[in-house]
Write a protein that binds this ligand. Structure first.
Ligand SMILES: [Zn+2]
Length: 148
């Protein structure tokens, strides 16, 4: 499991008000990881995620103990870990991005006792959005399930 490198954000809420983590929400950046770094570093954006993956890099912005602002829904933010993937509508995630995401999801599912087939969800299951776009969510679910 690669270790993430921390990147700055002020866009989160300390703690989770006691809410247990029971979902992983999958996102795509519509851009590179550097674009996500810049957006989350800007307090005016009012968005963040726990993790971002792309271009061979793996970043963490928010502790899993804290509530990141990624799902567009407060209750879902409190109960979930958000993972951003470098991709665009015409560019799928790279093989390296998939492998890091799968490694990360395996660790999270083990740690929190999650079922990858039902508890790794697309952002589009939370709110009306095209996110996670070109991310093949079922591929991630199946790869994680095969390793649990
Ligand atoms: Zn999203």
């Amino acid at each position: 499991m690669p270790t993430p490198i921390w990147r700055t954000t002020e866009n989160y809420t300390a703690g989770r008000e006691g809410t247990p983590v029971d979902r992983i929400v999958i996102h795509y950046i519509v851009g590179t990881l550097a674009a996500a770094d810049a957006t989350f570093a800007d307090p005016a954006s009012q968005v963040s995620a726990h993790y971002g993956i792309g271009e061979g890099n793996f970043h963490q912005y928010v502790s899993e103990l804290n509530t990141a602002w990624h799902a567009g829904n407060w209750a879902m933010n409190q109960r979930s870990i958000g993972i951003e993937h470098s991709a665009d509508p015409d560019r799928a995630p790279s093989e390296s991005t998939y492998q890091t995401s799968i490694d990360l999801c395996v660790r999270i599912c083990q740690e929190y006792g999650l079922n990858p087939q039902t508890q790794i969800i697309p952002h589009s299951a939370v709110v009306a959005t095209a996110c996670p776009g070109t991310v093949n969510l079922q591929r991630i679910r199946d790869a994680v399930a095969a390793r649990l």
